[in-house]
Design a protein around this ligand. Structure first.
Ligand code: ADP
Ligand code: ASP
Ligand code: MG
Length: 477
């Protein structure tokens, strides 16, 4: 059998007919090199946000608002479909798109009448984005001369019942992929499936959490032992920081699994945090590539990164966090105390990002969420509790901070004007993180970037691109 490459295309890579046409060309390129691609696609850019908005509007009884959103979305899909498939096919495809939007509108009308949005109905509504994009793209690929075939991801990606953040069930997924995907792959067909969506064993639609299409790609790749996984997005790869914050950010050529998952967990949106795990287990190389610049070699994520001269590979930021301070009047470290605190978070299914303890207090950070008042109420049974939102966690990641002297001094010197609320280093040995006010985050990242990436190691970072931008700037001056 040919080598298998799982190719995931994010929202911007399938945002309109032109982007989908570029995607088809990229897939063809892989096929022509002797690979059999399995393609995982996101909803068209912004569609998931719009579906969430439509569901929320209907949930508060705003029927007109909800239907106005879906009407615009329907036109956008019909327009793309018309540009992408043959005249012979468009009748059937547009009829199907109309039927799907008809059912969606029916759900929204019912929801507006009842006025109660449950997580289960939300998932059903939100899944429409990937259901539409995947089928439409499979048809578009066929029109572009690819032997493609649509598989409903919900038949394979079986999850538990935690709507909105469902947990995939690996053994069942492996069996389902063997049954519904591998036979097509063996025959050389290019399977196209939607990312992000799944279903419970009983067939109820679920979703894997925002940005979850990367996760689908890794689940598919990991469970069928793909040779490579490619995450196609709108930047040249994993960069030394979010290029929206630091325009001169450099592409990281190679990064370890451990570094990439740490970055993803701490906010680098370019990868979903769980993406890496199924690939790590099977030692499958993952590439992050740019669908607008497919010739660029992107970032290669492998198990062991080569040595790098610089201490850090990248800086990530996670915003909208809340610090919770739990202050005890009596001895804090008495037996069972920390357990009691963490039990509260466990009961509310709330993940803690960072912890720091002293003799009398524990500070924890969590994603700001609507359960905070309840969590605080439970914690106040144990001690005094204060919480404060609008915080950002800056996370600096690199294998080389192990055992190097003076790095913390450089970090905090670079951000000496910023008020630092919490610091953590050590847990993974490859990450140094600290918590600051959200409003200070961008300036802090730019200062840190200037401090640590002004003399980058050419083995690890793409300094050629940076040089050509400099030359361009010079010629403009
Ligand atoms: P997709 O829709 O393809 O999944 P995302 O929007 O989820 O794309 O992720 C890509 C975006 O991630 C980029 O446009 C970039 O702004 C952001 N990003 C954040 N941190 C990084 C980083 N370290 N390297 C590259 N991109 C990053
Ligand atoms: N469409 C989903 C989202 O926007 C999943 C993804 O794109 O990865 O979150
Ligand atoms: Mg994404």
């Amino acid at each position: 059998m040919n080598k298998i490459v799982v190719m995931k295309f994010g929202g911007t890579s399938v945002e309109d007919a032109a982007a989908i046409t570029r995607t088809a060309a990229i897939v063809k390129g892989r096929r022509d090199k002797g690979f059999t691609p399995i393609v995982v696609v996101s909803a068209m850019a912004k569609v998931t946000d719009q579906l969430i908005a439509a569901a929320a509007a209907a949930g508060r009884g705003d029927r007109t608002g909800a239907l106005a959103i879906t009407a615009r979305m329907r036109n956008r899909h019909l327009e793309a479909a018309t540009a992408l498939v043959s005249a012979a096919m468009i009748g059937e495809l547009s009829k199907w798109i109309d039927t799907e939007f008809g059912s969606l509108d029916e759900v929204l009308r019912g929801l507006a009448a009842v006025g109660e949005l449950t997580p289960r109905i939300n998932d059903m509504i939100v899944s429409v984005g990937e259901r539409l994009s995947s089928r439409m793209i499979a048809e578009a690929f066929r029109h572009a001369g690819l032997d493609s075939l649509h598989v409903d991801a919900r038949s394979c990606i079986v999850t538990d019942t935690q709507h909105g953040k469902a947990v995939p069930q690996d053994t069942i997924i492996e069996a389902r992929l063997k049954e519904y995907v591998l036979p097509h792959v063996a025959e050389g067909h290019i399977v196209v499936m939607g990312g992000f969506i799944g279903s419970t064993e009983k067939g109820v639609t679920t979703t894997l959490g925002r940005g979850g299409s990367d996760f689908t790609a890794a689940l598919v790749g990991g469970n069928i032992d793909a040779d490579t996984i490619e995450i196609w997005t709108d930047v040249n790869g994993i960069m030394t920081s979010d290029p929206r914050i630091v325009p001169e950010a450099l592409r990281v050529k190679t990064i370890s699994f451990e570094e990439a998952s740490e970055l993803a967990y701490f906010g680098a949106k370019v990868l979903h945090p769980a993406t890496i795990l199924p690939a790590v287990r099977k030692n499958i190389p993952v590439f992050v590539l740019n669908s607008r610049n497919p010739e660029n070699e992107g970032t290669r994520i492998i198990s062991l990164a080569p040595h790098c001269r610089s201490p850090f590979k990248s800086i990530a930021v996670k915003r909208r966090l809340t610090i919770i301070d739990v202050v005890a009047s009596r001895m804090l470290m008495s037996h069972g105390y920390l357990k009691a605190i963490f039990d509260v978070f466990d009961r509310h299914k709330c993940a803690v990002d960072m912890v720091s303890t002293s003799e009398v207090s524990v500070s924890l950070t969590v994603d700001s969420n609507e359960k905070l008042p309840e969590i605080a109420a439970d914690l106040s049974q144990l001690a005094d509790v204060k919480y404060e939102g609008r915080k950002a966690l800056i996370c600096m990641v690199g294998e080389n901070i192990r055992g190097q002297q003076g790095i913390a001094a450089r970090v905090f010197q670079a951000i000496r004007h910023v008020n630092v609320r919490m610091i953590s280093q050590g847990a993974s040995e490859i990450n140094m993180s600290f918590m600051i006010e959200e409003d200070d985050a961008e300036e802090a990242i730019r200062s840190l970037h200037a401090e640590f990436f002004s003399d980058p190691d050419p083995e690890i970072f793409d300094i050629e691109a940076a040089r050509s931008v400099e030359t361009l700037k010079e010629s403009v001056r």
